[in-house]
Design a protein around this ligand. Structure first.
Ligand SMILES: [Zn+2]
Ligand SMILES: [Zn+2]
Length: 332
């Protein structure tokens, strides 16, 4: 996993430079493949087989060789320096094996590529004890977002899927859009009955910082919101995120016990480690999410967990380390 995380970080740092888009993608894809397959890198290295890994060419194989031999990558060190990353001495070191479940995932009910049962079985196979199914809200028409009626139908499918699972509990949630004025894209009466409410900014991210601050403050003050999903909406290397008064919003989130998400999708990686550290200092809790649209994307969490460690976030501030019972209490 250390190798997957190193490749993931290289992908992330390369993304800061739009000219490196394709190389960034290659590193992220290789990190993902390793996080998913968990190959024995040491024996592959001995047999000269590193390049048989999916997506691993000459350059990535060289980085992997050094990682296997020394546990280090000079290429990564150089990128950190070039991109002005802060010193690394403040990391936390939680054990990802205690990760209990993912709270952010999509199914074919909106823009996911797998059925709810397939997603649930994938999460169960990873040893999770719960999975939050959080499809999109109606505002985003292109992804077939769910209103009250379809949520009701979804809950029936969920009850049927639940019967086919042994050790995993499905939680019904929503990834509800934060509208331009900070209101949410579903009525309170609907949000109230869901197990998990993730409120996310998806559109109109280029609002003036002042208006954006008000919009986010309103979202974190909403009584039914549990989590702010990918809080800036950025996509490193292709889309700048929303800019607003992070400190003000993070403090309000902490006050209302709304968790902030670290979205491990390599295209997002939002919050960044730097912003996450600020949120930590503001007293926030976190969720570490895959935002998976297919079961294999659950592997985004182990490949990108370095972001939370880099931000110095301890396990007790991350909701995914809570048991289902503890979690249910935190989600009210
Ligand atoms: Zn989203
Ligand atoms: Zn999502």
């Amino acid at each position: 996993m250390a190798a997957a995380q190193a490749l993931s970080e290289i992908g992330y740092l390369l993304r800061q430079n739009p000219d490196e888009k394709f190389r960034a993608r290659a590193f992220s894809d290789a990190a993902w493949a390793i996080a998913l397959e968990r190959p024995d890198l040491a024996s592959l290295h001995r047999s000269g087989g590193l390049k048989t890994l999916p997506g691993v060419g000459e350059g990535i194989a060289r980085v992997l060789t050094e990682l296997v031999e020394t546990g280090h990558s000079r290429y990564l060190d150089r990128l950190r320096q070039e991109t002005g990353q802060p010193a690394r001495d403040d990391e936390s070191d939680f054990d990802l094996r205690s990760y209990q479940g993912d709270l952010h995932s999509h199914t074919r009910w909106s823009d996911g590529r797998a059925t709810m049962l397939e997603m649930a079985q994938g999460a169960q196979a990873r040893g999770y004890s719960y999975l939050g199914v959080t499809d999109h809200s109606p505002r985003i028409k292109v992804v077939n977002g769910l209103g009250a009626e379809r949520l009701l139908a979804q809950s029936q499918e969920m009850a049927a899927a639940q019967k086919q699972l042994d050790s995993l509990t499905l939680l019904q949630g929503i990834e509800v859009d934060i509208l331009e004025d900070g209101a949410l894209d579903l009525p309170d009466a609907v949000l109230e009955i869901l197990d998990v409410v993730i409120a996310s900014p998806h559109v109109k991210l280029r609002q003036e910082p002042e208006a954006m601050t008000q919009r986010m403050l309103r979202a974190v003050s909403h009584p039914h919101v549990d989590v702010i999903g990918h809080p800036t909406g950025r996509r490193p290397g292709s889309r700048e995120g929303a800019s607003y008064d992070l400190e003000l919003v993070f403090k309000e989130a902490a006050r209302n016990r709304v968790a902030l998400e670290i979205d491990c999708d390599p295209a997002r990686m939002d919050l960044s480690p730097e912003m996450a550290r600020l949120a930590l200092e503001c007293g926030c809790n976190f969720v570490l999410s895959s935002d998976a649209h297919a079961p294999e994307e659950f592997a985004y969490v182990p490949m990108a967990a370095w972001m939370a460690r880099r931000a110095g976030i301890p396990a007790e501030r991350i909701l995914n380390f809570k048991t289902l019972d503890e979690l249910t209490i935190s989600l009210r």
